[in-house]
Design a protein around this ligand. Sequence first.
Ligand SMILES: [Zn+2]
Length: 167
Amino acid sequence: MAREFNIAKSSGCCLSCQKHLEPGDKYTATLRQSDEEFFREDFCLDCWGQQKDKVGPEVFGIWLSEVPQPKQKKKLLVDNDVLLNFFRRLEGTDDPQRIRFRYVLTLILMRKRILSYQGSGKQEQTEVWQMRHRGTEDTYEVVDPRLTEDEIADVSEQLNQILEQDL
Ligand SMILES: [Zn+2]
């Protein structure tokens, strides 16, 4: 019963001024949650500069990207810091979709050896993992939503689509 994500991919235009983003243009990509849907929204750097101070908690992903040249291989623009930032911004939520998203991000960050698993415990009916950011003293709790393999694959695929790269 994995819920469908509805994620708009890059539109190729700045959401604010509608300027078409040309190959080589840098822009700011954001991920926003509205009710049960996620939206990818892109802004040219000028527009982003005017509104970045108004970003609310519903925006949990922000990263700098660049429109690739037509035949160019896509650059890896979402780095580990960006992923860790998503992870942090999704902390402390009761929203089931955010919990799923954060859990899959945790698996990815473990695979990339950014987070290490410290143990787990029950909090009421919920399984909670203790994680540590490697090389630091920062610890995090992650709710285990007990996804099936298929659900994990589904969420991973959605992440790859919105980020336009394979994590
Ligand atoms: Zn613009």
